[in-house]
Ligand binder design. Structure first.
Ligand code: HH2
Length: 412
């Protein structure tokens, strides 16, 4: 299935949604974050931690200086800046991946963007500070908007309706301020005013948010995992986190925000290999073979004279596959062979609809070589009986190699 959102460019990286799960590593410049091992107030320690997270495979980092755990003391702006900026500068100097600043305050976000951050992660969904959306828009950076309710307010009439409505409003705030729609990432807010059961439901139904934007989830070591496991403390919630990450991948997550990057990257890669069959290598390893303007004489059509005399058809095929190195013919998909299967179908037995022709070509292309993961086929019928002149008439279909079957309710 094609991802509904275009790739996001940030700091020279491309987040090609749907290709794989991106991993965001957490850096807490706080004395009181709920997971003690995630705290690092010293800038040099933060830089060291950032280097390690990137070496372990983090695609981006999230640096925050105010704990969001229930009952945490609110941090005054000056204090948040005092903690954040030296650490952020040290982290920026140490690594080159995109850095999000995790804050609810516009002034803190603006200062952080000036100190090297590349995006904003606002757990209030742009609600707490009326200037936040403007800061994001002016800086031209991506933003993560999260759904949140106050701790304990879990009496939802309809959890999904509430989460969706909240995120829609956050997206609207961002768009009104001038943030381009495709730079908004949505997050249902695992652990923010939800019961354990509601948090688990969020994981199950992540695909319900895909139409709002690429989806981020932050389940890392949160208390729901402790709840399921009979009260285990944050230090003992890694396996539970990895289980949620795998299931979030199955439900269509795009980014996971975690403390344990190496373990998460490994879990996510395996989950990707199951769920995003054939696309786990990401766009780097992909090759698109384009065969365009292939011309055939064929007898497709509904009308008698079309069936009897035939007419010209043109076919375009774009087949994407993962290449695994080497300059040998066997290391690539054979495009002459590909042409032959396209020709056999396009110039073969007459079909009434060019939609059927395009679908049949796409199926043949996927069957031709198991490395082909996606195909797009356009069938042009320039002399189609329209009743008036036209430069072209065409239909286009897309097919993706099916992922492994998944139980109902999971995959989008
Ligand atoms: N969770 C936390 C903080 N920020 N941001 C987003 N977008 N989504 C989340 O789920 C999320 C978040 C809480 O985790 P952590 O930063 O480890 O804890 P603390 O807030 O205590 O520092």
């Amino acid at each position: 299935m094609r991802h509904p959102w275009p790739p996001l460019a940030c700091r020279g990286r491309t987040f090609a949604w749907g290709q794989r799960t991106y991993v965001m590593g957490i850096l807490n410049v706080t004395p009181d974050s709920f997971y003690g091992a995630s705290r690092c107030l010293d800038p040099q320690e933060a830089a060291e931690r950032a280097r390690r997270l990137v070496a372990e495979g983090a695609d981006l980092l999230d640096v925050g200086a105010e704990s969001t755990r229930p009952g945490a003391d609110p941090v005054p702006e000056d204090e948040e800046l005092r903690r954040l900026l030296p650490a952020l500068r040290a982290v920026r100097a140490a690594v080159d991946v995109p850095i999000a600043v995790d804050t609810r305050k516009a002034r803190v976000a603006a200062a952080a963007l000036g100190a090297g951050a590349d995006m904003v992660n606002d757990v209030s969904g742009l609600r707490d500070d009326p200037d936040m959306a403007r800061v994001v828009a002016r800086a031209g950076v991506p933003v993560i908007v999260m759904h949140r309710r106050p701790h304990g307010f879990t009496d939802y009439a309809d959890l999904w309706a509430d989460v969706r409505a909240g995120l829609e409003e956050s997206v609207a705030i961002a768009v009104r301020a001038g943030v381009p729609r495709e730079r908004i990432i949505v997050d249902p807010g695992f652990g923010f005013g939800k019961s354990p059961e509601q948090n688990l439901e969020l994981v199950r139904g992540l695909h319900r948010l895909r139409d709002l934007g690429p989806v981020l989830l932050g389940p890392s070591r949160k208390s729901t995992i402790g709840h399921v496991l009979g009260g285990l403390p944050p230090e003992e919630r890694l396996e539970g986190t990895l289980a949620l990450v795998a299931l979030a991948v199955a439900a269509g997550v795009d980014v996971v925000r975690v403390h344990d990057v190496q373990a998460t990257v490994r879990a996510a890669r395996v989950a990707d290999a199951v769920v995003r069959a054939g696309t786990a290598a990401g766009p780097e390893g992909e090759v698109a073979i384009e065969l365009r303007g292939l011309s055939f004489w064929a007898h497709h059509g509904v009308l008698e004279h079309e069936r009897a005399h035939g007419q010209p058809f043109r076919v375009d095929v774009v087949a994407t596959y993962r290449r695994s190195g080497g300059d040998e013919l066997a290391a690539a998909v054979d495009y002459a062979g590909l042409y032959r299967v396209v020709a056999a179908e396009a110039a073969g037995a007459p079909r009434r609809l060019i939609e059927s022709v395009a679908e049949a070509v796409a199926e043949r292309v996927l069957a031709f070589d198991p490395r082909i993961t996606r195909v797009e086929v356009a069938v042009h019928k320039p002399h189609a009986p329209l009743g008036g002149p036209a430069a072209d008439v065409a239909v286009r279909v897309r097919r993706q190699r099916p992922a492994a079957p998944w139980p109902a309710g999971g995959r989008p």
